[in-house]
Design a protein around this ligand. Structure first.
Ligand code: SF4
Length: 308
């Protein structure tokens, strides 16, 4: 049987979230999808897609709010999915027993979203009291269980205008835990991030300068660091940190058919300029968000030639 090495089945597990992030692109799920339909559909999709994929990710909005998550993980394990992953804001993982149940059910990859090394910065982003305390407790619990269970443990940091100056301190903060990697995601100018564009959307070039400064002096780490969403023309000197462009594809035929999922995700598109055609990276670069270019133009993005 042939499996796609680059694609992973993404299961939308909950339409709700217990945070209220200023940059959220999943907020459109609220009220559009029913938890019961999602759960039923998720189980069906897991079975249906097993023949084509052996990696699954439970995600969007906050999957741990679905009381059937554990059962879905057990089902994925029973179906012999090799990678069973979860993206979570980590707040409910502050409950050590719950955390352990997920891991012993078969979860073997967890990405926790945390957007600052302290309450003030993180909660400016989540706009939810106690979220830092609970998420960091979740991270501590996962750190604890690293001794007992075999799983990959990542943290996701969404880079916005409100927190990009915190990146360096954040790396130091996370170094205390047994993580496999930190993933820095440039905020996507869609959903709430588009509504709050000036507040949350940094200039790509300014963020690029910040990362360059940090990476120049960054010592060896025993975990990976990736930056997603910065175009290659702004990553010169730190191309090694460019994250893989893994295709996480929602393969959920039931949802698509029943709930017109396409209309739930009008995330817009990325575009390239005429000059991009001359760029060494044009084949692998997927361009810049249209909503960004519309407001800020192309002046930050200069084609890279083959000879540096
Ligand atoms: S193709 Fe365009 S946006 Fe992409 S790296 Fe090159 S210049 Fe930048």
């Amino acid at each position: 049987m042939m499996f796609s090495k680059t694609k992973r089945l993404q299961i939308i597990t909950s339409p709700y979230c217990n945070n209220n992030c200023v940059f959220c692109i999943d907020n459109r799920l609220r009220g559009k999808l029913s938890l019961a339909v999602l759960t039923r559909d998720a189980a069906g999709t897991l079975k249906k897609m097993r023949g084509q994929m052996d990696r699954v990710l439970f995600t969007a909005g906050e999957p741990t709010l679905n009381k059937k998550l554990l059962e879905l993980i057990v089902l994925a394990k029973k179906l012999s999915y090799k990678e069973i992953g979860l993206i979570s804001n980590g707040r409910l993982l502050a409950d050590k027993k719950f955390c352990q149940k997920l891991l012993s059910a078969g979860l073997n990859e967890i990405s926790v979203s945390i957007h600052g090394d302290n309450e003030k910065i993180h909660e400016k982003m989540t706009r939810t009291r106690n979220s830092f305390k609970e998420t960091s407790m979740g991270i501590k619990n996962l750190d604890f269980f690293k001794k007992k269970y075999h799983f990959n443990f990542f943290v996701n940091f969404t880079v916005t205008r409100l927190n990009f100056k915190n990146v360096s301190t954040f790396i130091r903060f996370i170094s205390r835990f047994k993580v496999n990697g930190i993933i820095f995601n440039m905020v996507i100018p869609k959903g709430r991030a588009l509504a709050n564009f000036n507040e949350v959307m940094p200039f790509y070039s300014v963020v690029s300068r910040e990362f360059k400064k940090i990476f120049k002096v960054l010592g060896a780490k025993n975990f990976s660091i990736s930056v997603l969403g910065l175009p290659f023309c702004l990553m010169s000197g730190f191309e090694n940190f460019a994250g893989n462009f893994e295709k996480i594809v929602t393969k959920n035929p039931g949802l698509k058919k029943n709930l017109a999922i396409k209309s739930v995700f009008p995330w817009g598109r990325k575009i390239k300029s005429l000059k991009c055609k001359k760029c060494a990276y044009t084949e692998i670069c997927d361009g810049i968000w249209f909503s960004y270019i519309k407001r800020r133009g192309w002046k930050e993005f200069k084609p890279v030639n083959y000879y540096g």
